[in-house]
Design a protein around this ligand. Structure first.
Ligand SMILES: [Ca+2]
Ligand SMILES: [Ca+2]
Length: 372
């Protein structure tokens, strides 16, 4: 183990910190030193008995490790069970709280497990070099509580250990440096934190101006396939992840948040003249629309929006996408223009898709009317 390795570990941890999930606590309120080496004295500390709550960082109990010579080297029996397949390598961090008056070594935290079918004695499956926050990962000897952290990697028995069963666990604190420094060092809450990788980001959806999907008696077209619009690029309500995109027809909508004089225009090619029910899937906003040279009609948040899907929730509200029936429209065969104006200037809007149908239609998310 060298400084380079420790440095890499610290870098990787910093990059992953934003996506931590709840942790698996291995040691906190029960400390049972089992193997004690290198002249360390190890004793559970019950702060209710000592009367000094500062001797524990979490709860009431910690452990005190003390050396006059040697180094703090101790294996604990752990109350926490571990399932290795819940601790993905590269996405799991080991953490512990420490408070030392003088020890400036570096600890390697090892996780040992016991599984009788595999080995007759506990074996080492995981390890992490802990960055104590001092120079080159050393502990900080200021007698204050600090957290030491390190990414977990496989140790020698990892490959043969069962991955899908809960295993009796041991935690070994092994000193890497810092020999023959007299010290008193408290340790509390040893835990493993699993990072969740960031969700897959949204993929680019390229506009196809004038595109439409024709079924028997219906025409479906996407908001984002407008033939013209006065909507700036970007916009705060664009889907950010693949999961966001799955809530939008064609993975996108034409949206914006804040801005004046915005307008939108779609074109459809009607193959069969007739009377169509006209539906809009949007965010429940107000807007005016007109087919060709017809008079503008108005949709408002009070219109009968339905089939609501919540896209994002914020402290001050939520963004939804939902369907609204906009009445009937008589269309001849051939090309027709749908014009939308009067979208809100200060509140956001988003148009996901439109439907013209001569079939009965009950909105259900992204479901198009039957193909037959
Ligand atoms: Ca504790
Ligand atoms: Ca869409």
């Amino acid at each position: 183990m060298g400084c380079f390795r420790l440095f890499m570990v610290v870098l990787a941890v910093g990059a992953a910190l934003d996506h931590a999930s709840p942790s698996l606590v291995l040691l906190d309120e029960y400390w049972a030193p089992e193997i004690v080496l290198n002249n360390v004295a190890a004793a559970e500390v019950d702060t209710l008995a000592t009367g000094d709550p500062s001797q524990a960082k979490t709860g009431e109990v910690s452990v005190l490790l003390a050396n006059d010579t040697g180094a703090p080297n101790v294996r604990f029996r752990s109350a926490g069970m571990v399932k290795l397949d819940e601790l993905p390598l590269g996405d799991t961090e080991a953490r512990l709280w420490y408070r030392t008056d003088a020890w400036t070594g570096v600890w390697r935290l090892e996780v040992w497990v016991y599984e009788a079918a595999t080995d007759a004695i506990p074996v080492k499956v995981l390890q992490a070099w802990l960055d104590g926050g001092g120079p080159e990962g050393q502990l900080q000897p200021d007698d204050q509580w600090h957290q030491a952290r390190g990414l977990v990697e496989a140790a020698e028995a990892y490959d043969r250990a069962p991955k899908d069963m809960a295993l009796t666990t041991y935690v070994w604190l092994a000193p890497e440096e810092g020999w023959d420094i007299g010290h008193r060092t408290y340790v509390d809450r040893v835990e493993l934190l699993v990072f969740q990788p960031p969700p897959p980001p949204a993929k680019r959806v390229h506009p196809r101006p004038g595109a439409q999907t024709d079924g028997p008696g219906w025409i479906w077209f996407e908001g984002e396939d407008a033939v013209q619009h006065r909507v700036p690029p970007g916009g705060a309500w664009a889907p950010q992840t693949e999961a966001d995109q799955q809530l939008h027809s064609n993975g996108q909508w034409l949206q914006y948040h804040g801005g004046g004089d915005l307008g939108l225009l779609w074109e459809v090619n009607v193959s069969e003249a007739g009377t169509y029910d006209f539906w809009c899937r949007a965010n429940g906003t107000s807007f005016s629309w007109a087919w060709d040279a017809d008079a503008f009609k108005t949709c408002t948040p009070e219109s009968p929006w339905q089939d609501t899907v919540v896209l994002w929730q914020f402290a001050e509200g939520e963004v939804v996408v939902q369907w609204a029936p906009l009445g009937r429209v008589e269309l001849t065969a051939g090309k027709h223009l749908l014009q939308v104006e009067d979208v809100p200037e200060t509140e956001g809007f988003g148009f996901d898709c439109w439907l013209l149908t001569r079939q009965p239609f009950t909105p259900h998310g992204l479901d198009k009317p039957p193909a037959q």
